[in-house]
Design a protein around this ligand. Structure first.
Ligand code: AMP
Length: 144
């Protein structure tokens, strides 16, 4: 299974981004309203400047207290972002997520971000592929 197929199987298209000059409190409102765990930070909506995840926010509140909420997204985000391509396999992206200890990967094509996959998207797509394989094998064995 390829990233291309995982992206197609997602219910929502596009990637929700936030500008680096937005406040962390705006990011929290967006994360909670959309029930998601991270936001891609982008000044133009296409290039990935960074990622701000709920983990970053919790870690900084733990370290420095609630004053950090007044910062901008650009100050708190992770900058060195690992990305994937449409042609990467599900096993490759799961490996990247496991090694890097993160749950989100922007998908890049020709230098532009065309989607975002989460570990949940990969697991869901893989489970439905396994269910289809099981049905096909059962059909072959039972002869229908
Ligand atoms: P997550 O598990 O994706 O919520 O993120 C855990 C940590 O990894 C946070 O510090 C994120 O900012 C960071 N992070 C999330 N996605 C990526 C990525 N694709 N590349 C590098 N760091 C990331």
């Amino acid at each position: 299974m390829l990233v291309q197929q995982i992206l197609k199987s997602k219910e929502t298209e596009g990637v929700l981004t936030i500008r680096p000059d937005a406040r962390v409190t705006e990011a929290i409102a967006l994360l909670s309203e959309r029930r998601i765990g991270s936001l891609v930070v982008s000044a133009d909506g296409a290039a990935v400047d960074g990622i701000l995840s709920e983990r970053d926010i919790v870690r900084e509140i733990g370290r420095r207290g609630p004053d950090c909420l007044a910062e901008t997204v650009g100050q708190m985000m992770t900058r060195n972002i690992v990305t994937c391509a449409m042609s990467d396999t599900a096993d490759e992206v799961l490996g990247m997520m496991t090694t890097g200890r993160f749950r989100h990967l922007p998908v890049i094509e020709a230098g532009r971000m065309i989607g975002l996959i989460s570990i949940g998207d990969v697991v869901k797509a893989r489970l439905s592929e396994l269910a289809m394989e099981k049905d096909a094998l059962e059909g072959m064995i039972m002869g229908h």
